[in-house]
Design a protein around this ligand. Structure first.
Ligand SMILES: [Zn+2]
Length: 206
């Protein structure tokens, strides 16, 4: 069945400061009683790729055309990337909370990493060479590989210590804290930060 194109969902402002963390935000209100899946179709995934600047518009068009010809493969690719997203969320949250990530999640990441690495190549760039992907024009899994690469880069970098989760218990949104004195506590001052402030104010008044 050919998927009908709909309006793309509204994605967050890439406030995670790192590709793989921003990707975990595509399940919105994760810890509430009404989580909202922003990737309900392959075209939503492609829309996120464009939004997050990992796909150029022409590349997105090409992938959507491939997806139209191979809908089963496209929905398998979507399922796989969502499964990886949930494993990554659990892994990074475990790290933030000082616990050990589940073995199964790391094993899954390693399986996807092996697959992604078999598609990696280098091509001439403006100043030397840059990483790229073999046959990326028709690779329905391409965003999966890009998110995997981002996650493994972060997991093996010093910046891993700067990964934080929003302090609101019902939010726990992941971000890389790039503030000067590592003082960022909230996903967004306008939402969770303000809610906490209002709650403190209310308690004080009582
Ligand atoms: Zn929050």
């Amino acid at each position: 069945m050919v998927e009908t194109r709909r309006e793309s969902p509204i994605f967050d402002e890439l406030s995670g400061n790192y590709l793989c963390l921003d990707f975990t935000h595509t399940l919105d209100n994760r810890h509430s009683d009404h989580p909202r899946e922003l990737l309900s179709s392959y075209s939503d995934l492609i829309a996120w790729g464009q939004y997050a600047h990992v796909l150029m518009d022409a590349e997105a068009e090409q992938l959507l055309a491939v997806a139209d010809r191979h809908p089963a493969k496209a929905s398998a690719a979507l399922q796989q990337v969502i499964t990886l997203r949930e494993a990554l969320y659990r892994m990074f949250l475990a790290i933030v909370e000082g616990t050990v990530p589940e073995e199964g999640d790391l094993a899954l990441l390693n399986v996807v990493l092996t697959e992604a690495m078999s598609h990696v190549c280098i091509v001439p760039g403006a100043d030397g060479f840059v990483w790229d992907w073999v046959d990326k024009e028709k690779a329905l899994d391409r965003i999966l590989w890009q998110v995997t690469r981002s996650a493994t880069d972060l997991l093996t970098s010093e910046q891993l210590h700067d990964v934080q989760a929003c302090a609101a218990e019902d939010c726990r949104w992941l971000f890389l804290d790039t503030s000067k004195n590592h003082s960022r506590r909230w996903c967004d001052m306008k939402s969770c930060g303000n809610r906490a402030k209002a709650r403190r104010h209310y308690v004080r008044k009582k």
